[in-house]
Design a protein around this ligand. Structure first.
Ligand code: ZN
Length: 267
């Protein structure tokens, strides 16, 4: 599933073809399972820029409406000078120069065309974005402490607290902080909480710089490329822990998700 580094990579690439005047558009016959509103009077409108909060892309139109796009498990936006004929293309916009297509084989993505007010409400359901200046150590620790009984990874995945996290990010934050993901929040020391906060940036910086992270059959950016962020992961998707380079990574299931940790490095 695309997490913050992947969605940001797509956002940055989309912004290279903005502003984008929608001369025409085409939808698939199954688009309704993804697109929850009508694309009312969108022809002739211009997408000014693409903003983002957490994993939600926000295409801002020149009539103050917002097309919100969540990529679900397998969604991506492709940009091409030619019409995109790929299977599972559910929505395609055409400008004078480019085609912009939403492709999503498993169709867990969501899209909404909202006015300003409704868009703000929808985005308001999300907590602070991990790259937002307001994502401070105080905010992070205060948010975690709201649920002292929760296992740390469960709270790290909670989008209403931390917008943009996902399974691999949560695993990796715990590894960098040397904390096991199944620990209850109330057992964490202040030092461990601070290390978890630092862990966020240890995970985000290299994965963003390498254009996101791809696992088997996963994410592609707007050019169809896979990111190389997987090379920076220390426990997730790894056989041997990349922190100590010796211990075998242990895999458990936590909150229905594959969870990885090093029994030697993480307490
Ligand atoms: Zn280790």
């Amino acid at each position: 599933m695309p997490e913050l580094p992947e969605v940001k990579t797509i956002q940055d690439q989309l912004n290279k073809v903005m502003p984008f005047e929608i001369k025409s558009f085409k939808t698939s016959n199954v688009v309704n399972s993804i697109l929850h509103t009508k694309l009312d009077k969108i022809k002739g409108k211009t997408i000014l820029t693409v903003s983002r909060k957490g994993k939600m892309l926000d295409f801002i139109l020149n009539d103050n409406r917002h097309l919100l796009s969540h990529l679900g498990m397998t969604g991506t936006w492709l940009i091409s000078k030619e019409q995109i004929l790929e299977k599972h293309t559910h929505l395609q916009f055409k400008s004078d120069q480019f085609f912009l297509a939403y492709v999503d084989p498993r169709r867990f993505g969501h899209m909404y065309l909202y006015n300003q007010e409704k868009a703000q409400l929808k985005l308001g359901e999300l907590g602070v974005d991990l790259l937002d200046p307001n994502f401070s150590e105080d905010y992070f620790i205060h948010s975690l402490k709201k649920y002292p009984e929760r296992q740390i990874k469960v709270s790290l995945l909670d989008q209403s607290l931390f917008a943009g996290t996902g399974n691999y990010i949560a695993n990796e934050i715990c590894a960098h902080a040397r904390v096991r993901p199944q620990r209850r929040v109330k057992t964490l020391t202040l030092k461990e909480l601070a290390a978890l906060y630092q862990g966020v940036f240890k995970v985000l910086n290299p994965t963003i710089n390498s254009g996101g992270t791809t696992f088997a059959g996963g994410y592609r950016d707007t050019t169809g490329d896979k990111g190389s962020g997987v090379n920076h992961l220390v426990v997730f998707y790894q056989k041997t822990c990349q922190l100590c380079k010796s211990e075998k990574v242990k895999k458990i299931i936590l909150a229905q998700r594959g969870t990885y940790y090093c029994p030697s490095c993480q307490k």
